[in-house]
Design a protein around this ligand. Sequence first.
Ligand SMILES: [Zn+2]
Length: 345
Amino acid sequence: MSRYRSKSRSHSKSRSNSTKTRSNLTKTQPKPKPHSKSRSKLNKVIIVLCDGLRADTAVEQLGYVEALCHHKQGARWSAVADSPSVSRTNYETISTGMPSVHHGFVTNLMHGKSKMKKNMFTEVKAHGGTSAVIGSSWFYDLYGNDAPFVATQHKEINDRKEPIQIGRYQSAEEISTQELLETTSYIIDKFNPDLTLVHVQDIDHLGHTKGIGREYIQAVEGLDELLGVYMPHWLKNHTVVICADHGMDSHRNHGGMECSTVKIPFYILGKHVPNIEPDKIVHQTDVARIVLHIMGIHGFEKYQEKIFKSIHYVPMLTCRNDRTIINRDGTIKQRSKAIRKTMRK
Ligand SMILES: [Zn+2]
């Protein structure tokens, strides 16, 4: 997500939020019922959702994460984003397990709450667990009881009546990964939530502002270094899922079906790595049910199957040998066929 993207994909988040701020400031808010430490028996999961992280850059730069996989403390699968490959669409797909044409958020320009009956947060709550989100205010827009997000009221949520009981939300996209991971560690130690989602935002921001180059790659290297600081502690009691909403193309954008935007990383690390075939291509609609399965919550698949049957992975069939290859210094070694075709026009 970014306000810096091209006009066709842009959204008017800041303008609409300021309008909402004015209208909601006068509302009387019910007093929240504070959330205390979770005592559920669910297996604990942390999702590291990396906004705008391409699959090839993840493999090349997440050295610590890859090392865990090499030593059988985790695994990586090929994964594909739902389309269109834009943030609001993909947040909703990850959370609800529904493809865009069913959940209805088919563009970043659509606002409002999720219309789906279930999502992974409601499922955790229904099973006596608690969830935390540290990330974009768009998560509150989608799932908050009193949505849309208003900074003066929803910046810090600690309310057991909410579907996401603990929230630390930001409207700014420039927030540092270090601050996000520090807050995540604080939340985990203080509240012990069953499901924690931390939304890393600077990779997408740098992809839009600087392109696929030195800054973008350094942001991913920086994430790997910070995961090296926090993950050893997290992995003692949690399974960690690392995924992305979408990738980033060489035009500093995303939204279409190019490999660089739909091919995304998907790692599961820790003691509860599920038995998924190594050559399975994980679609974003699989994420919620995989996370819930790790936690010990079953039956979500049946709910999904009532609404849609399967997804065809068309882009993955054509991009295996057609990807943009980036040198370590950020220069492009080889452009994908799709990009070369665009450049000839
Ligand atoms: Zn973006």
